[in-house]
Design a protein around this ligand. Structure first.
Ligand SMILES: Cc1cc2nc3c(=O)[nH]c(=O)nc-3n(C[C@H](O)[C@H](O)[C@H](O)COP(=O)(O)O)c2cc1C
Length: 361
């Protein structure tokens, strides 16, 4: 057992079928208060996106008004067998402006997951806002191991994972899941009740089934049904691309907060726009083309500072998102895709800004 790990409430051999939380009343109330502090009313949070929401981008979104950020999903098994792997350490690096950050882990072995969650909290302590468990990832490589959204088909095991982690750490434990495995097994509300009973302090539901991946529209009725089913805060995820969408989801589902994932790609301003609309009834103008290019440059500098010169290739997709719809964007995208140095990228973006301003500028 690693330092900082508390003992499980039950022996691993215990085959008892109901994984209700073993946390005492006081502990549950403390975590619930912690969770409510992290999630102010009508919060807009940045959704975890593997390969997209690295620390520098999360820091930018937090500055723009995201109430909370999440790491990309991190394999508990990977952390168990190789805790010092550069990949895991990079995923567990935070931006100073975003902390505390929610750390999302995935896996299917309750003992390993609880152990790694305790290790994360003891190693990164005040940087960790909560431990989130991924029960929504649809990727075949993940679900074929019984991880991610496959856990919605084994709610008993999912409950055990939550209960064990909640016992092993002192921070709130949250769960992110989907509408269900497929339409015939859309068990989100029932699943939510079970996760709450197991000790989750907040839940996030994406209104699509695993079978849908990211296709079709997110079912907000399901999100509303999850909100009605539990007492812990619920965050709704799926198809929030603007401040209007955020307001509509809050009104139609009654959720405590909304998650923005794809809507933040190349558009961290979405959080500022959501706050302006929800807090002051104000509709902000969209960022100008120059602001977008300048943000791309700032993001690139931060990403290279974080991940080294090689990270510049990971900036390509972000640049594409920042400039989408702008004059000459396809030409810039084409050039960006061949760039391998941060200086080259910065020069290209500076030239693009000059082009946008025009000869009179
Ligand atoms: C590229 C990409 C990567 C994602 N990675 C994760 C992840 O690591 N963990 C997770 O819980 N959800 C992940 N998601 C799901 C999002 O967090 C979100 O729930 C989903 O995209 C629906 O929200 P949206 O319509 O605002 O994009 C990912 C989504 C995308 C598009």
């Amino acid at each position: 057992m690693y330092p900082g790990t508390r003992r499980w409430p039950r022996s691993p051999c215990d085959t008892s079928s109901s994984w209700a939380t073993a946390l005492g009343y006081h502990e549950r109330m403390t975590r619930s208060a912690d969770m409510r502090r992290l999630l102010p009313p009508k919060a807009a949070v940045l959704g975890p996106m593997a390969g997209v929401t690295e620390a520098p981008f999360r820091g930018i979104c937090k500055r723009m008004g995201a109430a909370l950020t999440y790491t990309e999903m991190i394999s508990a098994k990977g952390l168990h067998y190789n805790p010092d792997a550069a990949v895991s350490r990079a995923l567990l690096t935070f931006d100073s402006g975003e902390v505390p950050c929610v750390v999302q882990i995935f896996g299917s072995d309750p003992a390993i997951m609880a152990d790694r969650a305790a290790w994360i909290v003891s190693e990164y302590n005040t940087d960790v806002a909560a431990i989130d468990i991924n029960m929504g990832c649809p990727v075949t490589k993940v679900v074929s191991n019984g991880e991610g959204s496959a856990l919605m088909r084994t709610p008993e095991l999912a409950g055990e994972i939550v209960a064990r982690i909640a016992e092993a750490v002192t921070v709130p434990v949250t769960v992110k899941f989907r509408k269900g495995w497929d339409e015939a097994n859309a068990n989100a509300a029932e699943f939510a009740r079970r996760m709450e009973q197991a000790g989750a302090s907040a839940l996030c539901v994406h209104g699509r089934t695993r079978q849908q991946f990211y296709r079709g529209t997110a079912d907000w009725e399901t999100i509303a049904s999850v909100k009605s089913a539990v007492g812990v805060p619920v965050i709704g995820s799926g198809d929030v691309f603007s401040a209007d969408d955020a307001r509509a989801m809050l009104e139609r589902t009654g959720v405590d907060g909304v998650m923005v994932a794809r809507g933040a790609q190349g558009n961290p301003w979405v959080f500022r726009e959501i706050r302006a609309l929800l807090d002051r009834g104000e509709v902000l103008p969209p960022p100008s083309a120059i602001e977008r290019i300048e943000m791309a440059r700032e993001h690139a500098r931060a990403l290279v500072a974080f991940g080294g010169e090689r990270a510049v290739t990971r900036m390509r997709k972000h640049v594409g998102w920042y400039i989408v719809g702008m004059p000459g964007a396809s030409h810039v995208r084409e050039r960006v895709n061949h760039i391998t140095s941060s200086t080259e990228l910065d020069v290209l973006l500076a030239e693009y800004a000059e082009y946008i301003v025009g000869p009179a500028g």
